[in-house]
Design a protein around this ligand. Sequence first.
Ligand code: SF4
Ligand code: SF4
Length: 342
Amino acid sequence: MAGKARSGGGKVRLPKKNKFGFYEIRMESIGGLGANVAGKILAEAVVFGMGLNASAFSSYGSEKKGTPVKAFVRIASPRTKIRINSPIEEPHVLAIFHESMVKTLPVTAGLPPDGTVILNTKKSPDEARDYMKIASGTVGTIDATDIAIETKSRVNMVMLGAIVRASGFINLDAVKESVREAFEAKYPAAMPGNLKALERGFNEVQFKTFKDDGKYEPVPFERTLPQLGYENAPIGGTIYTVGNTALKDMSASRTGFIPVFIKDKCVRCGECDIYCPDYCFVWEKGIDPKTGKEGMILLGIDYQYCKGCLRCTKACRFGALVPGKESDYNIDEIIVKHKFAR
Ligand code: SF4
Ligand code: SF4
């Protein structure tokens, strides 16, 4: 994308460039958190608001919502043409939209020694460095989920603000203008919240720079190749690894809310279990303390499989399942594990 700056643009120097002359940003996200839109807004801001060149694109699987998404933004000076459209492997700024992704995916791979990684988390930069095992570079932390809830916006706006701050050269006003262009006509009521979230991301992100002290090894970028292809896939797509979904972790699909189980109110009707698409409810044979009768007792929720759709909270007519802010709870304390996963 190349274009004429809305407000004259002016001369902007990129603080860092790779060998092709690009400043690169990679966003690691979950479908539904808005990384794709954030990438487009950022590229439009630097092109139309700052007179630079930029490209933005995303990669995601067939089931977009709830599955991993990568958004890429390349920025170059007005004289450098962007002819490369491959994924960004070694980004100057890496933004991780959901901290649970770190547990299950190689999202920090390819971060250069002097790169910046921003994590959506309540952790401090020191805690986040240890959590992500970052060898060196700058670690930024921001509680984007809570800010998004408080401002009635979305995680992408908060992360966008934090990315702008990390870059040191992207103009916040230009990004605000792009946010207005993207949403003002279609969702005017969402505008104040979006702009507030953007500003809070910019102002509240915390950074700390770490030298390579040998604590962790750098993780090089590796392309994930499919394990099965036309030469080695089993005939008819047969699955040989029985029960492999027991290993799945859906935590990263949640967007800040969980169902909270209030055991005292549960009448063991089982409606929640019918509605839940992911087999999250853990039952055990036992005696109901209220009736003294033997039957299946609902023990709680195995949050490893819960994607936070909150369907169960609507299904429960007895107030035994209510929506709660995930950050208000310690999942490790309230999780009830299925026997097969213990
Ligand atoms: S729907 Fe509500 S009352 Fe019924 S089993 Fe589930 S939690 Fe208990
Ligand atoms: S929110 Fe409820 S219905 Fe949805 S996955 Fe979690 S436990 Fe199941």
